[in-house]
Ligand binder design. Structure first.
Ligand SMILES: [Zn+2]
Length: 684
């Protein structure tokens, strides 16, 4: 009886398939390596069955995944002759080098996916699901696909704001759909310890709870920790069982979870719960562990033993970033350690800790992963570097024969604004639109094939200081993670932003239908006017002289002396290499080469108080014909007000005059100090 029903279903499927003769354009993210389509489609219907020929463990995962997928495929009891989705693990797969690659062939009889591993079959399934998202139609033809990088990651910061189990699982669903395979969880930081450690209960009954509803309130407030269960306690943590649940759920999606336990810094919550682990033994005093004290190693090793028990990942991330190292300089124990080990400075003391932790991890069959500061004072022998402060750290690690994972702030920090700041919820700063994420290529052209092979992959980081809700977290992730997925998976030759943009719009509809909160790409404002193409003005290409002692800061040159007269405005962030930064006021003179009629002189400034970027207190515009005697045209007083906004303001003069030299001066408000950023002196 059942057989007859299935036969009827098969005929129906053929009928559908033959109706659809239009060649389809694939809308798959990340774009596959190769797609040869013939036109027409196989249509998955209620009778379509799935048949999996793979080792038991993978077979179970894939069966369950397909049954609960949008296609709701039932499993056949015997190999179906047609109207089937067949998944077949094979020993050899021509044209595919990676273990995660696959070949998907769709004919009128059905779809067959071949791969060398369960992961490969799983990625073939993701492609199938994305193809079938449009009316269950699978375009006829063959897709041959494999990832560019083995490591394709996303990091979630659950310390600054704690998001529970369901949120993490939901992100795993989307990661899998876009073929990402590493979830790095930032489990510990000053804002709260987020993993149960049986041996150290104070970590979760105290260090996981703080005052202050959101991070900003806490950070700008008293920065205190409180007892679990007390009235004002904000925070939480994953129990070990919940962590196991995350690991298992991720495994069902061929994703590895990498836990991060911060050391030697970003650990105020630990050194307050266990003050004896700091140099001063005083709570709320320092973020760094005491590296001279054996108790620190005992603590870290005990914590890592429990962590390794839960997380089977190849890597354990130990942080390693932003240690102040100050207390080590005066701590007797740290000084004694340096003397005993022959360490010449505190950088080497940090390196001692990292190297020692690496030995410990290696002894337990794991590898150490850390932020690029672990390079300082010498890199531990087998360590892998995660490069965040630009790309140099990763490239340096590779040059010395280590593996690297790239997550440079400029391209991979999803806590940056993704559109014009005035249209967005408050962010930490920066400007990282979808197109910029997409443009990233982790492998420089100068790399040899051997060096390229050490480039393990790429990762997006979502730090959560300014992200107090789950919806907001998703808003920052989607759709930027789709661009990252294509950076990580797709061949460079197949990348094309305009074309990707169209697919991303479709994907956003799909994500929203599934309940994800996404950025509104359709109504993206884009970069600041003038940042992309020159603003015509009389100063372009003319000589600029900086008054003595007022030269721009070396970290923000915007390309050098001609930056203020190249016609290019700055974008939404001072970090975009278009804004010139000044620490000691602005005082520049532009030589127009001959007496010229002038009706306008102005310049833009930006303000974002968090990183210390302020508006000027006073601006003076003056002109001269001999370059010596200047006549003041305007003096503008401005009251600098500290706020949470990112603001832009024009200061200048309009009128009528004739002059050869134009001088533009701007001064700091000494109550705030910090930087002045100017993009262009516009003369009309
Ligand atoms: Zn110490």
């Amino acid at each position: 009886m059942k057989k007859i029903v299935r036969m009827a279903g098969m005929l129906l499927a053929f009928a559908f398939a033959s109706c659809s003769q239009q060649p389809q354009t694939l809308s798959i993210i990340p774009v596959p390596l190769k797609a040869e389509l013939q036109g027409g489609a196989f249509v998955v219907n209620e009778q379509t069955q799935v048949w999996i020929d793979a080792p038991e463990a993978d077979k179970n995962i894939l069966q369950e995944y397909l049954a609960s997928s949008s296609l709701k495929l039932a499993v056949a009891t015997e190999a179906p002759a047609s109207n089937a989705i067949v998944l077949k693990q094979v020993a050899e797969l021509p044209g595919v080098a990676s273990a995660e690659g696959y070949v998907l062939t769709a004919t009128k009889k059905g779809v067959e996916i071949q791969a060398k591993t369960g992961a490969g079959l799983f990625y073939g399934v993701q492609t199938l699901l994305q193809m079938a998202a449009d009316g269950n139609k699978v375009a006829l033809g063959t897709i041959t696909d494999e990832p560019r990088f083995e490591y394709r990651g996303m990091m979630l910061d659950v310390s600054r704001h704690f998001y529970g189990l369901d949120f993490v699982k939901k992100q795993i669903d989307a990661m899998a759909y876009y073929k990402l395979n590493r979830l790095h969880i930032h489990l510990t930081d000053a804002a709260g310890w987020r993993i149960e450690i049986k041996k150290y209960p104070r970590l979760t009954n105290f260090a996981a709870w703080r005052t202050g509803k959101d991070w900003k309130e806490w950070w700008n407030g008293d920065r205190k920790y409180v007892e679990e269960g007390s009235e004002d306690a904000v925070g939480g943590y994953f129990t070990q069982d919940q962590c196991r649940e995350i690991v298992e759920y991720a495994k069902q999606h061929y994703i590895t979870v990498i836990p991060e336990i911060e050391m030697p810094s970003h650990s105020e919550e630990v050194t307050t719960a266990y003050p004896e682990l700091s140099c001063t033994h005083v709570p709320y005093k320092q973020a760094d562990f005491c590296v001279g004290n054996e108790k620190t190693f005992e603590f870290l090793e005990n914590v890592l033993l429990e962590v390794m028990e839960i997380f089977p990942s190849e890597y354990i991330h130990v942080g390693g970033d932003e240690a102040s190292k100050q207390s080590w300089k005066t701590c007797p124990l740290c000084q004694a350690r340096m003397k005993k080990e022959g360490l010449k400075d505190v950088d080497e003391l940090q390196s001692y800790l990292i190297t020692r932790m690496e030995k410990f991890l290696n002894k337990h069959g794991r590898n150490l992963l850390g932020w690029d500061e672990i390079l300082e004072g010498g890199l531990a022998p087998n360590a892998t570097v995660m490069s965040w402060r630009g790309t140099e750290g990763g490239l340096k690690a590779i040059e010395s024969g280590h593996r690297a994972i790239m997550s440079p702030g400029e391209f991979c920090y999803f806590d940056s604004y993704q559109d014009a700041p005035h249209t967005q919820p408050e962010a930490i700063g920066g400007y990282l639109p979808l197109s910029k994420v997409y443009s990233y290529n982790p492998i420089p052209e100068t790399f040899t094939p051997e060096q390229a092979a050490l480039m393990y992959g790429v990762q997006a980081n979502l730090w959560a200081e300014y992200i107090p809700t789950k919806e907001h977290m998703e808003y920052m992730i989607y759709p930027r993670i789709l661009a990252l997925s294509e950076v990580a998976w797709s061949a460079v030759a197949n990348k094309n932003y305009d074309e990707f943009h169209g697919r991303a719009l479709k994907a956003i509809d799909d994500l929203r239908a599934k309940g994800y909160n996404t950025f509104d790409l359709k109504n993206e404002v884009g970069n600041r006017p003038g940042a992309d193409k020159p603003v015509e003005n009389l100063g372009i290409g003319k000589k600029v002289t900086y008054a003595e002692g007022t030269k721009y800061y070396s970290g923000y040159t915007a390309g050098g002396d001609d930056a203020l007269v190249n016609g290019i405005r700055g974008g939404w962030t001072y970090g975009d290499k278009l804004w010139q930064g000044f620490l000691k006021g602005v005082d520049v003179t532009i030589d127009l080469e001959k007496e010229t009629p002038i009706k306008e002189v102005n310049a833009d400034f930006m303000q974002i108080c968090g990183p210390g970027v302020f508006m000027p207190k006073e601006v003076i515009v003056s002109v001269s014909n001999d370059g010596k005697e200047f006549t003041e045209l305007a003096k503008i007083e401005h009251q600098v007000v500290k706020d949470d906004e990112v603001t832009f303001k024009t200061f200048g003069w309009t009128g009528e005059t004739t002059a050869r030299y134009v001088r533009y001066q701007a001064s700091h408000d000494n109550n705030f100090g910090g930087f002045l950023f100017v993009d262009e002196i516009v003369i009309k």
